[in-house]
Ligand binder design. Structure first.
Ligand SMILES: [Fe+2]
Length: 156
């Protein structure tokens, strides 16, 4: 998100906390659903991590001393990061930051492990990531190219 905001005009005061907290809903999603091999249960888990987020985000930000109107903005961005195609730039930027993170080293290799894919298979899959902003598209391509070179070098 910080990288994106160097080039895009998003609302930093909303987007940094939103980026930090966007997946906090997962903390209340039953593990059984999170780890399910069943497609519809996995979708259910994804929906729940959005649905369960608002009260947790509100509580954390309240305790941190955030004002009500700021908390509302942050919650609105968090709940739009999946299953939506928002027109609002801030909402688009959280989705872009989330998809961009897929190309960064630590997440890329831990995702490969978690999904039982080889780095090369995951690379082929991630190449299709879509973005709202040109900045995210370019930064993602640059980062993913580093993964391609690593895979080439290691032959995995
Ligand atoms: Fe998420």
């Amino acid at each position: 998100m910080e990288l994106l905001l160097e080039h895009e005009k998003g609302d930093e005061k909303t987007l940094i906390p939103a980026a930090i907290l966007h997946d906090i809903g997962w903390s209340k999603v039953p593990l059984k659903l999170q780890k399910s091999n069943n497609e519809s249960e996995r979708i259910e888990a994804l929906k729940l991590h959005i649905k369960l987020a608002p009260p947790i985000v509100e509580e954390v930000l309240n305790e941190a001393g955030y004002k009500k109107d700021r908390i509302e903005k942050i919650v609105a961005v968090v709940v739009a990061h999946q299953f939506q195609k928002p027109k609002d730039l801030d909402k688009q930027l959280l989705i872009d930051a989330d998809s961009m993170a897929d190309a960064f080293k630590e997440q890329f290799y831990s995702d490969a492990k978690a999904y039982g894919k080889t780095p090369r298979e995951l690379y082929e899959f991630r190449k299709n990531n879509k973005f709202f902003t040109k900045t995210a598209k370019e930064l993602f391509a640059k980062e993913l190219e580093k993964r391609r070179k690593e895979i080439e070098k290691k032959g995995c």
